[in-house]
Design a protein. Structure first.
Length: 130
């Protein structure tokens, strides 16, 4: 596994937005949490995208969807409250923090396309976003 993708990175790839080619380069050896995957599905449904078979398609491309468990939730809350340098109530902050537990488990960088981070810059700690 080379990277952990947040929902914004996956959505950029699915919608052929800026940064999609960089996500594609990582997709075959990347992971996301089930919580981020849920956001991808929700946003897809809002835009009228049929999600039946999407998980299987993404997994066939190499994406690993890793469970987000109770320990992850507790660690995410700690990361969020410890100050990530991002707006405290933003979706971006939550996306960033909920990748923390997975990033630490697999020891690889987070990739995101959010407006608070440089597009698809590999980041390994919240200090790098300041």
């Amino acid at each position: 596994m080379n990277a952990v993708l947040d929902a914004s990175a996956l959505l950029a790839w699915l919608q052929a937005e800026p940064g999609a080619e960089m996500v594609e380069a990582e997709l075959a050896s990347a992971a996301t949490s089930s919580l981020n995957w849920s956001e991808v599905l929700q946003k897809s449904l809002v835009h009228g995208v049929e999600i039946t078979g999407l998980r299987e398609d993404m997994e066939a491309l190499g994406l690993a969807i890793v469970p987000f468990d109770v320990d992850d939730a507790e660690q995410t809350a700690r990361l969020w409250s410890s100050g990530s340098g991002l707006p405290p109530s933003s979706t971006t902050t939550m996306r960033w923090c909920r990748l923390g537990p997975l990033t630490q488990r697999v020891s690889c960088p987070r990739l995101s396309t959010t407006k608070y981070q440089k597009p698809l810059m590999a980041l390994t700690s919240t200090a790098e976003t300041r």
